[in-house]
Each structure stands twice: as C-alpha cells, then as structure tokens.
Write a protein that binds this ligand. Sequence first.
Ligand code: FE
Ligand code: CA
Length: 438
Amino acid sequence: MPTDDIQVVWEVSDTADFVTIATRGQERATAENGHSVHAIATLPAGSGFYRFRVGQYVSPVGITRAAPSGEVPEVRFAAASCQNYQNGYYAAHRDIADRAPDFMLWLGDYIYEGAGAEAADPAARVHLGPEPTTVEEYRNRYARYKSDLNLQAAHAVCPWFVIWDDHEVENNYAGITPQTVAESSEFAERRFAAYRAWWEHQPVRLPPPIGPDSEYRIYRQASWGDLLNVALLDGRQYRSDQACGDIVLSLDPPCAESADPTRTMLGDAQEQWLLDTLTKSTSQWNVVGNQVVLANATLNGAILNYDQWDGYPVAREQLLGSVHTANVPNLIVITGDIHLAAVGYLTNEGAAVGVEFVTTSVSSSGLIAAEFEEVLRGIPDLVDAELAHRGYSFHTVTPEQWLAEYRIVADASLPDSEVSTYAEYRVDSGSSTVVSGV
Ligand code: FE
Ligand code: CA
C-alpha cells in the first residue's frame, strides 16, 4: 500500500441497489492504521446494506443490522473459530453465508502465526513469509486470510461479534509470557503489534491499543433485545502462565502448581465484571463467548490439557460457585479453541449451573484422533463429542428454548465441500438439561 492517507466514503441503504441512501459518512484511511477504517453508522431498526467508495471504486455490498431493543421473538446466529488457512478451505463460511444468520459470534484463532509451510502439493494453501512479529507482518497475515471469498461472504452477510484466542498473537501465550521463554524480553512489543493489527482488521467498536505496557480491554457486553445478554471474554491477556510446563494429554495426576489458589484465567477485574454482567442481567438467556473449554473434561482426575480451564481449577471453582450461589438463570457458554465439537454441563457441587457448546474448527486440523471420541463421551460432564470433522455451530433461540445445531464439513480440503448437520441439542428455558437429537 502507498503511504498516503485515503478518503473513504461509506453509504447505507435500505435496498441492495443503493437507489436511495439512508445515511452516509467519510473516514480517513491512514497508513498508520494499515488503511483500515472503523465507521460507526447510526442505523434505523432492522438490517441495512452498506458499501464503501474511493474515487471511482465501489466495494462489494455487505449487510449489517443494529442490535434490537425490547421484545425479540427469535434470534439465529452462527458461532465459529479456528480457521488455519494452511489446513483447509472455508466451506463452513460458505454455509454460514447461505444461512444468513442475524449475527456471527467469532471465538478466536482468526489467523494462525505459523511461518509459510513448504507444501508438497503446489495447489495447497500456504502462509506467506516468516512467523509474524511486527505489525506489518501481522497485517500481511490478515490480508492473506481475508483474500478468501467464503470468508468475505460470511463477513458480508451479517455483523460479527469478535473476540480473540491465542493464535492472533502466538500459540498458548499467557499474559506477557510467550510460548518460548527465551523470547520474553521482546514479547510485549510483539503482542502490541498483534493486538494493533487485530484492531485494524476486525469490525470492532473499540479504540486501538495504546502501547506494549498497557492493558488492551476487549472484554465487553452486548444485548440482543430482551432475549440475549452476551458477555464476550478475553481468556489470554490476564491469565497466569499454564501450569506444569503446559503438558498435553498426560494421564498423570495433576501437578501441584495447577491448584495454586493465586492462579487466574480472567484476572480479578474481568472476573468481577463477568459476575456483575451475569447477575444484573434481566435477559432471558445469559450467553458467554469464551475461549477455552470451561467444562470439567478431566479424565479420572488427570488434566488432559493445561491450557483449558481444567488447568485453572481454583479459578473455575470460584467462577461457577459464584454463578451457582447467584442462581444465574439460563447460562449458555459457547467455546472454540480445541478443534472438536462437544456439549457439556457446567457443574458446581454436583449441580448443573449451565450448558457449554464447544464449536469445532472452521478448518484447523483436529488435535485429538477421532478414535478417542468414546473416551471423551465417557467423561461425566460431557454429553457428546465429535472429533472427525471441521464445521461450526448454529443457534436458534426463542424465549422458550435454545436449539444448537452442529454443522460439519464433509471434506475441508475442498472449498465447495458439502456441509451437513451432525446433531442438534435443545435446552428449555429454566432447565439445564440438554436434550439430544431433536
Ligand atoms: Fe485454534
Ligand atoms: Ca486456540
């Protein structure tokens, strides 16, 4: 891109042909901000079409909508995460665009930071360049991902709520601790560059991050009329480092460090904010957009994955205990990260206090072999698990019931792969019981 600033006009219309313009404005796309613009349009109720213009050039048309207020009879939304460009195509996004949800809930791992792979197949999709550490390198990575037409279609079809997970910066980072301790001294600068590129490239109503030594707050609340109270979490920026060297798939008893009561997942301020958001809510359903699996997925006491809430057991006990005591009604947690589909109960002192829907990856390769499906299904707090497919989850919510449909991609190596329904799960209002196969 040139270093000049560029004036961008945005327009909103009630119709896709833009014969009449409902509202318009201008933003300056500056080189400093990677030529991104964050235009905030005041929309009438309902959906609207939008586009951008620079000189004679006109962008494709997108659809957005203002979050409704008051009584809402139904909402339909998609939840998705983990779209490693090198691992496969985005048939899941094509299916999301076809279904035209009211909104998308993006749970993280929008980009992956790995260096470009040497692909044996010349037609395979690969990252370009080294592992990003500078803002220019992260920008280029976002540009690569956003060149995908199915991803563009999913963005154009509805507004997105976006949170991040680890790969927007680096695998399994924790606060300002990088994966490789030797890189600690440069990590705050690297994380700032990654956060900055994230802000530039995501449709978020947030100010940019201000510096490597400052908090960048992205946890926030949204409402969808009286139907949904949505809490969007940040499970990376404030967490304690993973215990016991972040081992995975160990069947040994948990190491002592994991039970240290000072260890945190969300940090004190965010945890208090989350409890306030949940306990003050008057919405029918309380929804949490969450990074890593919250349900107890330990196997005979062993922590299979120290990066998940299982590796932060005291913090989880405190959170779910508070939710239990406060009697937070109709709690639904939606989670990504782990590249498998699962449904679980969130329990405290033997009682279910909520339900967790874990959405599988859009394209990122599975981390656990499909032959372990039965083992995962046998974990007491898990209702179901599907390990063999990529996909996403689709949620249809009314005041009376929550319906989660798990969509799976037949073959993620094909952009036009068939996408079908693996299973549906229902939760009735006032109940924390999952009914499968509805
Ligand atoms: Fe991932
Ligand atoms: Ca992740």
